[in-house]
Design a binder for this molecule. Structure first.
Ligand SMILES: C[S@@+](CC[C@H](N)C(=O)[O-])C[C@H]1O[C@@H](n2cnc3c(N)ncnc32)[C@H](O)[C@@H]1O
Length: 406
C-alpha cells in the first residue's frame, strides 16, 4: 500500500473468496484445519512487523500463525528452511516458540533479522531518533538542491528514478550508511530498502503509476523517518506479544538442501519453498541488492527452481533433484512425529505443469515424510504464457501437511 495515500480499512475477507472453492484430501480433522487456514485475517498482514518490507511470494501471516498454534507447543522449535522476509519467524516468536530461519538470499536474511530483532525500548528510541535526524538533514539538502556524488554502481539508476528523487535517495543512503553496522544501523538500511520501490518509475517492483507520479522534494526523507517509526511500533508490539524467555529467532544464510540445523531439532517446519519456474528472486529484488551493497552472485547460483528467463523455464532434472534434497533435509531436522506445513504452488518444469503435492509426496516417501492432509485452491493467472500452460487444468496453491514417521 502506498503510504502517501490515505489508508482505507479493508473488511475481513476470506482468501477463499479470491481463489474459489477449497478442495481437501487426507485425514479429515487435519484437512479441516488446513481449509480454515485459507480464511486469512487481512489485519494480520500489517500486524507486528509484517507490513514493514515487501517481499516476493510472502506467506500470509495468518497461515503461519494457525499452523504454529495447531502443530507445535510453547517452547518447541519451528524451522523455516526458506524463510524469505521472516514471516514464520515473527509468528513463532510471538507464540513463544524457538525459531530458526534459513535462506540463500542475503536480502531475505537481512530483512528477516531486522523484523525479528526487537531492539528493546532504548534501541527503538535510537532508531526513531536517528531516522528523524537523517531525514531532516537529507530533506534540507534536497530542498537546497544539493547533489550528492553519484557512485559508479548507481550510474544507471537514473533510468529507474526521476533525477531529483535519485539524488535525494542517494543522499539518504550516504547518511544511513554512515551509521554503524549494529542492530539500529541494520534496521535503518532496511528502512531505506523498504521505501525504494515506492519511488521507482520502472522495474519489476515499481508501482503502476510510477512513471507519472510527481514526488516533491523531501518526501523520500520523510518516508524514511515514517518507516523507522512504523518498524519501531511493530517491534514494540512483537516484544509485548512474545512470552518472556522466548529466545530470539536464529536467522542463517544458508541452503535449504544442506540445512545448518541439527537432526531432530524441530517439532514443526513451516515454509513456502520456491514455486518451480515461476519467480527469479535475484532478478526480482535486483534494485535492493544494489542499494544495500549486497552481492547476488552466490544467491543466483543457489536459488532453486528459478525461471531462467520466461515463466516455466526451469529444468525438470535440476528441480527434481533439488526438491528431493530439500525434502530430505526437512525430514532430517524434524523429530519423529513432527509435522511440516508447506505452502506450495503448482509449478512449471520443462514447460509443463507440475502437480506440487504429488512431487512432494514422491520426494518424501523414501525419507519418512508422509502426507497427512492437504487443502488446495485455484490461483488466478496473469501471465499469458503461464495461462497457456495451465489451459487444461487450474493452477493451484496447496497447504500440505506432512508427518515425520516415528
Ligand atoms: C516463497 S519465498 C519464501 C517467502 C517467505 N515465506 C516470506 O514470508 O517472506 C521462497 C524463498 O526461497 C529462497 N530460496 C531459493 N532457493 C533457496 C535455497 N537453495 N536455499 C534456501 N532458500 C532458497 C528464496 O530466496 C525465497 O526467499
Amino acid at each position: 500500500m502506498d503510504r502517501l495515500e490515505p489508508r482505507v480499512p479493508r473488511p475481513k475477507r476470506a482468501f477463499s473468496t479470491l481463489g474459489g472453492p477449497v478442495d481437501t484430501g487426507g485425514e479429515a480433522r487435519a484437512a479441516a484445519l488446513l481449509r480454515g487456514l485459507f480464511d486469512v485475517d487481512p489485519a494480520a498482514a500489517r500486524a507486528l512487523t509484517h507490513g514493514f518490507h515487501s517481499y516476493a511470494g510472502r506467506m500470509h501471516p495468518s497461515i503461519a500463525r494457525g499452523a504454529i498454534a495447531a502443530w507445535s507447543a510453547p517452547g518447541d522449535t519451528v524451522v523455516d528452511p526458506f524463510c524469505g522476509s521472516g514471516t514464520v519467524l515473527v509468528e513463532a516468536l510471538a507464540a513463544g516458540r524457538a525459531a530458526i530461519g534459513v535462506d540463500a538470499s542475503p536480502l531475505a536474511t537481512a530483512i528477516a533479522r531486522v523484523r525479528t530483532t526487537v531492539l528493546g525500548a532504548d534501541g527503538r528510541e535510537r532508531l526513531v531518533e536517528e531516522a528523524a535526524r537523517i531525514a531532516e538533514e537529507s530533506g534540507d539538502r534536497a530542498r537546497r538542491r544539493k547533489r550528492p556524488e553519484v557512485p559508479q554502481w548507481a550510474r544507471n539508476e537514473i533510468t529507474r528514478f526521476h533525477a531529483h528523487v535519485l539524488y535525494e535517495l542517494l543522499g539518504l543512503r550516504e547518511l544511513v550508511f554512515m551509521t554503524g553496522e549494529d542492530d539500529v544501523g541494520r534496521a535503518l538500511r532496511l528502512c531505506l530498502s523498504s521505501i525504494l520501490v515506492k519511488f521507482m518509475r520502472t522495474g519489476p517492483e515499481a508501482p503502476r503509476d510510477g512513471e507519472t507520479k510527481r514526488i516533491a522534494r523531501g518526501v523520500p526523507s520523510r518516508m524514511l523517518a515514517d518507516r523507522a517509526a512504523e518498524l519501531a511500533r511493530g517491534l514494540a508490539a512483537l516484544e509485548r506479544r512474545a512470552p518472556e524467555g522466548t529466545p530470539a529467532p536464529r536467522v542463517a544464510d544458508g541452503d535449504a538442501r544442506e540445512l545448518p540445523v541439527d537432526a531432530r531439532r524441530a517439532a514443526l517446519v513451516v515454509s513456502s519453498p520456491p514455486y518451480a519456474g515461476t519467480y527469479d528472486y535475484a532478478a526480482q529484488h535486483a534494485v535492493r541488492f544494489a542499494w544495500l551493497g549486497l552481492s547476488a552472485r552466490s544467491f543466483r547460483r543457489a536459488q532453486m527452481g528459478a525461471r531462467s528467463g520466461g515463466v516455466g523455464e526451469a529444468s525438470g532434472d535440476d528441480w527434481g533433484a533439488d526438491q528431493r534434497r530439500f525434502v530430505a533435509e526437512i525430514a532430517r531436522v524434524l523429530r519423529p512425529g513432527g509435522h511440516a506445513l508447506l505452502v506450495v504452488g503448482d509449478g512449471v518444469v520443462d514447460g509443463r505443469p507440475e502437480h506440487a503435492p504429488d512431487a512432494i509426496a514422491e520426494a518424501g516417501a523414501p525419507v519418512g515424510l508422509e502426507p497427512v492432509a492437504r487443502a488446495s485452491q485455484a490461483r488466478p493467472i496473469r501471465d499469458r504464457r503461464l495461462a497457456a500452460i495451465f489451459a487444461a487444468q487450474p493452477r493451484r496453491e496447496h497447504l500440505l501437511l506432512l508427518r515425520r514417521r516415528g
